[in-house]
Ligand binder design. Sequence first.
Ligand code: AMP
Length: 484
Amino acid sequence: MTFADLGLSDELLRSVTDSGYTEPTPIQAAAIPSVLMMRDLVAIAQTGTGKTASFVLPMIDILAHGRSRARMPRSLILEPTRELAAQVAENFEKYGANHKLSMALLIGGVSMGDQLAALEKGVDVLIATPGRLMDLFTRGKILLTGCSMLVIDEADRMLDMGFIPDIEEICTKLPKQRQTLLFSATMPPPIKKLADKFLDNPKTIEVSRPASTNLNITQHVVPVSAAKKRDVLRQLLATEEVRNAIIFCNRKTTVRELNKSLQRARFRSAEIHGDMDQSSRIAELERFKSGDVTILVASDVAARGLDVKGVSHVFNFDAPWHPDDYVHRIGRTGRGGATGIAYTLVTPDDAENIANIEKLTGQKIPVLDLGNAPAEPAPEAEPVEEAPRRGRRRPAAEADAAAPAQRERAPRAEREERAPRTEREERAPRTDREDRRPRRDRDDRYDRDERRDERPARYVQQDAVEDGAWNGPVPAFLNVRIPL
Ligand code: AMP
């Protein structure tokens, strides 16, 4: 099947070709014709499947005719995080290059003045996080009665982040006669209920999880004691052919401290987590995308759905608490048909987490034993140069020469540095951790402050004050009215 078979306009076909796509992904092949026929849609699909283009492309053709009016967006796309919203905006820019549609991005953490000015002029596409949207709505700055198309993206993430009441409220503000598209990686009962309530005879599409079936990603678990995690990570970074890597941690404190320790060891690394304001997050992400830094240490919320081309490695410094997060994390590599490698450092405490991941993906993750499993008495951190050579791994010196981007010079101090005391300190007490694991809906799925970044409308009133204080540069794609 080709894109031309899907019924898209010639202008869009040109944009698709310019994007380098030769054939539609399964979700695109299944969704685009139905969306063009104005049907409601429930799509069970994750990031990495090409799902963004599956709604953005037909939306552009549908919206190509008609005019926008002041404060009345013609279509609305709801995203759980600012990063995802910004990413969808980038997609609109790319695919809409041959159209004259206008777009506004409504997210917390950036100046509200520009966003209001854009809305005032009228936009064809409004991409928003629920909190900021509800905030503006309750202030009477926006009317949703002209919005004939609604996309609820990453619905299960919305559920995790406590946004479902806001989504329901938003749905009631839109006209009844509209087209609604709902995308979700999983279909837990509250999302099913949401779909039943607000969608009209939707077509349902399901595409397989990309990571559970993505044979392009080589996966390993690496047994390690909690005290040796940093040593082992550096060992892997030094001896693997790491072009660039995202390192996931479960907590923001770990993100910050690990990044600092990597920088001390002369790795070119940056960090991204929910405590950072939006401009800093975007700046750090841009540094990673441009190759200015080769390592991005990230928390789950901040990195959700990130689409960075050519990430060679994903490291789970902490095994994720929820198996879905594993699938999501390793899906940052092996994208678009490329190969990728994912390592997960596992301590004895992680046994249950790994078992849950293997149950979800239906795959046993091979073990790479570097000799750092806790059973072994290992009083001294092993020198990097003595790393065992196995499989595709290479000696440190050779790897350094071949991949100079990884670090500026071989770190001597890192070998002497003891395992991080803070890692121990920041771990929650056992009872607390066990309490958290099976409950998807608890606040502690994310650190409380991390959730605050995407807080629902009732908590966002102070945004205006914060926004007034923010005077950093607005990145190009956040400039709110972008002629497409
Ligand atoms: P998404 O699932 O929307 O996050 O998309 C994942 C990645 O696939 C993005 O980098 C897209 O640019 C890319 N992509 C989307 N559609 C196609 C396609 N038909 N062929 C190749 N790559 C695609």
